[in-house]
Design a binder for this molecule. Structure first.
Ligand code: NAD
Length: 480
């Protein structure tokens, strides 16, 4: 990619175009603060046209056979794989993450699309044996209709791929409201679908004022399902708007993941894997480990190993060679992290930060540990969503489980232990939608991905994610 950044348009009824009236928002490189492009800001008239186009797109997409839909989705996934390098540079530039992570995200998204395209071929209807002779009871799975999908900036492509994949695989059309902070890489994802041959209007893309768009689309009669990834307060608001319209929702919200490290864990493996999971995407990950609960006897040794890993991170622009920690996505996030750290310091926490120097400009934040935390600190209640971990000690495993379950969040949780009995106990006792032990591989498309409690409901992985985009219909006929 040259240094010139393309302006990002809306995709409505299969055509790329500017917003009516030509309104735009600036897009910045978070590593430098430089304006690198503009994104179209949809008006209500644009949204009305997107809804109308999506209604037609839905009719065309659902009319295809599941096999034909699968072939188009597989082609889109192949195009993404082919273009991963160039799209990765765009993503790294607008979002800040290291190029290698951006490319991995894009290839991962292609795998998600493959999975849902294939799963759509297995959306089998069922015959239920009747109680009365000559009755045939057919249970049909049919696409729910047009889906409005709202996605955040932390994984600009993968967050959309999960929603788009599940919806398209089930035969739905989708209007994506993608993040204004990182608009260009999502546009490339949608371009791959257009180039693969999806009918006009089956996928649409809008940007603008998130609150205005969500209010408009959720209430629109054409839209039949809502899917959102983002913060818990916004998720609760959107779920209530959808509830008032009797529309089903999938909500993938915030987390504050605990990780329990037991004395029998392999500490080298734990430090290596936890630092990779904590600092991936500068910690802007809803499943990032955050509350480290360390068994007292191994706590100093683990912290030393973890700090060595933190000191070895190479901080800089995501597109530069060898960088492993990029900037946060915008100045708002830097301020939020600074406030959490200052609050923890003022309330008696010990703050340790990696020694690696930060670039002089841009939205960088140092890898940070909060040691000796207490419950009065905001960071013990609020998701930091950045390169920050909180370290506490325990002597009784039951206390660690109690702390793990203390918050209203319940997305991901982790543990490191070699003891199989402890592994099983923690798998049952920790309240979270996903519990991973001795590794972090919970994002593969064929397994459930989602939270409980304030972390939301519904899943974005496995066959259930596809089924959540269908309606169940009974057709019972008696042959007389
Ligand atoms: P935010 O709550 O303002 O926005 C989060 C996302 O929701 C953004 O993509 C935004 O465009 C969207 N959004 C906000 N209001 C909306 C509305 N009324 N209708 C539709 N969409 C709306 O927060 P932020 O400053 O962008 O990010 C900070 C927090 O968001 C983080 O601390 C984290 O908790 C959460 N977040 C979570 C995820 C995730 O993967 N679950 C991703 C990004 C952000």
């Amino acid at each position: 990619m040259s240094d010139e950044f393309l302006n990002v348009q809306l995709l409505i009824s299969g055509k790329w175009r500017d917003a009516e009236g030509g309104r735009t928002l600036p897009v910045q490189d978070p590593a430098t603060g430089e304006e690198i492009g503009k994104v179209a800001h949809a008006s209500k008239a644009d949204l009305a046209q997107a809804a109308e186009g999506a209604a037609k797109g839905f009719d065309a997409w659902r009319a295809l056979t599941a096999w034909d839909r699968f072939v188009i989705m597989r082609k889109a996934a192949d195009l993404l794989r082919e273009r991963a390098q160039s799209i990765g540079r765009i993503m790294s530039r607008e979002q800040g993450k290291p190029l290698e992570q951006a490319i991995l995200e894009i290839k991962g998204a292609a795998g998600v699309i493959d999975y849902f395209g294939e799963e759509g071929r297995r959306l089998n209807d069922v015959l239920i044996p009747p109680r009365v002779r000559h009755v045939e009871q057919r249970v049909l799975h049919r696409p729910v209709g047009v889906v409005a999908a709202f996605t955040p900036w932390n994984f600009p492509i993968n967050q959309i791929a999960r929603k788009l994949g599940a919806a398209l695989g089930a035969g739905c059309a989708v209007i994506v409201k993608a993040p204004e902070d990182t608009p260009a890489s999502p546009a490339e994802l949608l371009r791959a679908f257009l180039d693969a041959g999806v009918p006009e209007g089956a996928v649409s893309l809008v940007y603008g004022d998130p609150a205005e768009i969500s209010e408009y689309l959720i209430a629109h009669q054409v839209v039949r399902k809502i899917s959102f990834t983002g913060s818990t307060p916004v998720g609760k608001h959107l779920a209530s708007l959808a509830g008032a319209q009797m529309k089903p929702v999938t909500m993938e919200l915030g987390g504050h993941a605990p990780v329990i490290v037991c004395a029998d864990a392999d500490l080298d493996v734990a430090a290596e894997r936890l630092s990779a999971a904590k600092f991936r995407n500068a910690g802007q990950v809803c499943i990032a480990p955050t509350r480290f609960l360390l068994e007292k006897s191994i706590a100093p040794a683990f912290v030393e190993k973890f700090q060595a890993r933190m000191n070895s991170l190479k901080i800089g622009r995501g597109v530069d060679d060898g960088v492993t920690l990029g900037p946060l996505v915008n100045p708002r996030r830097v301020k939020a992290l600074q406030e959490l750290v200052e609050d923890a310091r003022a309330k008696g926490g010990k703050i340790w930060q990696a020694e690696t120097p930060l670039p002089n400009e841009g939205c960088f934040f140092p890898p940070t540990l909060v040691l000796d935390p207490n419950l009065s600190m905001r960071v013990m209640q609020e998701e930091p969503f950045g390169p920050l971990a909180i370290v506490s000690e325990f002597t009784d495993l039951a206390d660690a489980v109690k702390e793990a379950n203390r918050l209203p969040y319940g997305l991901a949780a982790y543990a490191y232990t070699r003891n199989e009995r402890t592994q099983r106990l923690l798998g049952e006792a920790v309240e979270a939608g996903m519990v991973a032990i001795n590794h972090h591989g919970i994002g593969v498309p064929e397994v459930p991905f989602g939270g409980i409690k304030d972390s939301g409901y519904g899943t974005e992985g496995g066959p259930e994610a596809l089924r959540a985009h269908t309606i169940l219909k009974l057709v019972s006929s008696q042959h007389v």
